[in-house]
Write a protein that binds this ligand. Structure first.
Ligand code: MG
Length: 384
């Protein structure tokens, strides 16, 4: 995994009572936490963007670390990010993680998820579902409820290939500065994936946030590992191709079902739901609902992954076995692994697809149907 990093530390941080990037958090300057996290994850280069004249201050905060350099930022965050991009030495296809210094508690797992997500998306950002119910307020009184369905809290780092973010910034014509890089890429027509964020990746905004972050540091999150299994069968019928693990495989038959009948993704969806005890695929997508007729099973898997993320959890690895005599799966297994890895924002070595026959025995052996089974491991925060 190769990637570059830009840490934006040019803000004045007035709400946190001064320039928070230089303040000590648990004995270390805030900026240093992010730099150490990126360097510890094997970043090729780190560009630290600071206010003009603050380069020496960065050198002091990052004393003893190598693999980084400081450049002067601009008026707005966007100007600073542009200055950081211009200072990179990497090639156009290199993933670049753009991070706010004000989010010091950056975990390696978040970095891995972001880089992996760029296999299937133009950009990626860590996000957490909104847990509190949301209200609109006017003159100190409640003025309605905001539906939180589909709302996520965006964190950083945000990840893009260098050429993607540079092209998107070059095309930005709005006189107003963008909120962040994900907005720039989305406006340029790019698809920005949401990957599981981390509650510890909180932004230091107000002075009291430092106490909260130090409390988090003293109590590392404990995760528990969950395992789920899934099993699915569909019947063979007349057709010219079959969907399996998100790939259309040419065949002289197809699987019959209400959706696209992708038994591999159905078993995998049930494995994820099983790991968090969220029922089964039929509970979430009833076959009686015409909405799901012919639906791509990608939707089912993504929904299950979002339920894991909503618990503050993440998928660790998945393993799918397809059981049939025909078609031969071997030529398609790599594409299936890549597809699932893209849908779940997982590295390829965490996704396995296997196939077996049943030596002509049983309904799979007689060619009446195809069976799929799947196992998934998931980590979710352990309840106290
Ligand atoms: Mg099914």
């Amino acid at each position: 995994m190769t990637f570059s990093g830009i840490i934006v530390a040019a803000g004045s941080g007035s709400r946190a009572g001064g320039e928070k990037q230089w303040r000590a958090l648990d004995g270390k300057p805030v900026l240093r936490w992010s730099a150490e996290a990126l360097l510890g994850a094997g970043v090729d280069e780190v560009v630290v963007v600071v206010a003009p004249g603050a380069e020496a201050r960065a050198a002091q905060a990052l004393a003893g670390l190598t693999g980084w350099r400081a450049v002067a930022g601009g008026e707005t965050r966007a100007d600073s990010v542009r200055a950081g991009l211009a200072a990179l030495t990497c090639g156009p296809d290199q993933p670049v993680l753009i991070h706010d210094a004000a989010r010091p508690l950056l975990d390696r797992a978040v970095i891995d998820r972001l880089v992996a997500a760029l296999d299937a998306a133009d950009g990626a950002l860590p996000a957490l579902p909104v847990a509190d119910s949301l209200r609109r307020g006017e003159n100190g009184a409640m003025a309605g409820v905001v539906d939180r369905d589909g709302l996520w809290r965006a964190q950083t780092p945000q990840a893009f290939r260098r050429r993607t973010i540079e092209a998107a910034y070059a095309a930005w014509a709005d006189p107003d500065a963008p909120t962040d890089e994900a907005v720039v890429v989305e406006r340029h027509g790019g698809r920005v994936a949401l990957v599981a964020g981390d509650p510890r990746l909180m932004k230091l905004t107000y002075p009291e946030d430092f106490a909260m972050a130090e409390a988090l540091l003293s109590q590392p999150v404990r995760y528990q590992t969950r395992i789920g299994s899934g099993y699915d069968v569909h019947r063979w019928g007349p057709g010219g191709s079959v969907w399996l693990c998100g790939i259309e495989v040419p065949h002289d038959q197809t699987l019959i079902g209400h959706s696209d009948a992708d038994a591999g993704l159905h078993a995998l969806t049930d494995a994820l739901l099983g790991a968090i005890a969220e029922g089964d695929i039929g509970d979430h997508f009833p076959p009686t609902d015409s909405k799901w007729k012919g639906a791509s099973s990608d939707l089912f898997l993504i929904h299950a992954a979002e339920l894991v993320a909503a618990r503050g959890g993440r998928v660790v690895n998945v393993d799918v076995t397809l059981i049939c005599e025909r078609p031969k799966m071997k030529p398609h297994r790599q594409a299936m692994r890549e597809r699932i890895a893209g849908l779940l924002s997982l590295p390829l070595d965490a996704v396995s697809v296997k196939a077996t026959t049943t030596e002509g025995l049983g309904f799979t052996g007689r060619g009446e149907g195809l069976a799929a089974q799947a196992v998934a491991t998931v980590e979710i925060p352990a309840s106290a």
